[in-house]
Design a protein around this ligand. Structure first.
Ligand code: DNO
Length: 385
């Protein structure tokens, strides 16, 4: 498997020279400076590619070419936005970049409530606390009908939290809709002065959009872009929803075996594939990642090797990259899809990472250790072949 690394462009404090030293072969990146909904030009793509290649690496995967909200909820300008998307795909294909990761999650990309949850060894990890998430939904976002979406246990835990201070509420807002979103080219950025208000306006756009409608919109999008994918050899790979279930009243459609089967069958084309993110899938107790890997490794164009542990109360945290389930997934991939690009993420903050201001989940030392672990697993499996 190709060892890749998510790198955030020339301003990333983790430089390409550093990545070469730790065995990275391919780069995963995006044109983060291009505003959402605008065409990625050939010139800008070529410049990024040249920069990467001048450091002895290659641009292996785009993560992400964002699908704008209007395409997801089916707004009046969705065809226009699909044309923009197709143009970016043509430009990427013409410049020799063929693997495109994207997601179809409404409004919010991945979600966590805590970005520095302490581990007993002094490192820290990302964490999803259901009660805190419910607090955000019910007491901060004040979404109508939100309470009914949570179990009695979660509501009880939330009530036991009492009223959070203004600072604690601010931290939750930052974690859920700013720090996890800004750097993935999402809808929110550090400069938003009213992110909650912005969130509420975005929610309105999804009124009446249920799971079936969101599925229909994804199918519409995929059918529209497949001719370009065929012509330019573009491998589209949707990232699973993280966490893999509806959140904040919004439907989610890449959450489980049945969902994956659905989108693959809905648009039967080899270019319509999956980003096998073992981490996102394992954040749902309903998913057995080893079985899913067996079923879908051959429809995967990009793999994310990390893994979550769901706790008895339904909260979840990132687990070690040496977790036996992840070893099982890697074993399956090395048998069925041995050339797939893979990367690690959501590794701990450790050994000074916490002072560096890295994007949430994208530490240097933590990811380096994780890549070392996964490389060891891959090398061991190779000797058994
Ligand atoms: C989080 C990432 C996601 C992913 C996008 C792909 O760490 O895995 O933000 O990049 O969902 O579109």
């Amino acid at each position: 498997m190709e060892k890749t690394w998510r790198w955030f462009g020339p301003k990333d404090p983790i430089t390409l020279d550093m990545l070469r030293q730790i065995g990275v072969e391919g780069i995963v990146t995006a044109l983060h400076d291009v505003p959402l909904g605008q065409v990625w030009t050939r010139e800008a793509i070529r410049e990024m590619k040249r920069y990467i290649e001048s450091h002895g690496l290659r641009w292996s995967v785009v993560e992400s070419l964002p699908v704008t909200e209007t395409i997801k909820y089916g707004g009046p300008d969705r065809d226009e936005q699909i044309e923009v998307y197709k143009e970016s795909l043509r430009n990427l294909g013409s410049e020799g970049i063929h693997t495109i990761c994207y997601n179809f999650m409404p409004i919010l990309d991945w979600a966590r409530t805590d970005l520095t949850y302490p581990n007993p060894d002094g490192t820290s990890n990302l964490y999803f606390n259901n009660a805190e998430f419910a607090y955000f939904d019910i007491n901060i976002l004040k979404r109508e009908g939100a309470r009914a979406d949570y179990s009695a246990e979660v509501i009880e835990r939330m009530d036991a939290m009492g009223e959070l201070s203004a600072d604690e509420e601010k931290r939750l807002i930052e974690n859920i809709i700013i720090k996890t979103q800004g750097f993935v080219s999402g809808n929110f950025s550090e400069s938003d002065f009213d992110p909650v208000g912005k969130f509420r306006s975005l929610l309105k756009l999804y009124e009446g959009i249920d799971k079936d409608q969101l599925r229909a919109n994804m199918k519409y999008f995929l059918e529209a872009i497949m001719p370009v994918c065929d012509e330019y050899g573009m491998n589209m790979c949707v990232h699973p929803d993280d966490p893999p279930r509806p959140v904040l009243g919004l439907p989610r459609i890449v959450t489980c075996d049945e969902d994956i089967r659905w989108f693959l069958d809905a648009v039967p084309n080899r270019h319509n594939g999956l980003t096998f993110c073992a981490g996102s899938l394992s954040a749902g107790a309903h998913n057995d990642v080893c079985t899913l890997a067996e079923k879908y490794a051959d429809r995967t164009h990009f793999a994310h090797f990390r893994i979550c542990r769901v706790l008895p109360d339904g909260d979840f945290k990132e687990s070690s990259h040496l977790d036996p389930r992840l070893i099982g997934v890697i074993r399956t991939f090395s048998r069925i899809n041995p050339d797939v690009p893979m990367r690690v993420d959501h590794a701990p903050l450790m050994l000074g990472d916490e002072k560096m201001g890295y994007n949430a989940g994208y530490s240097f030392h933590g990811r380096m250790l994780a890549l070392g672990m996964v490389s060891g697993i891959m090398a061991t499996i190779d000797t058994e072949k």
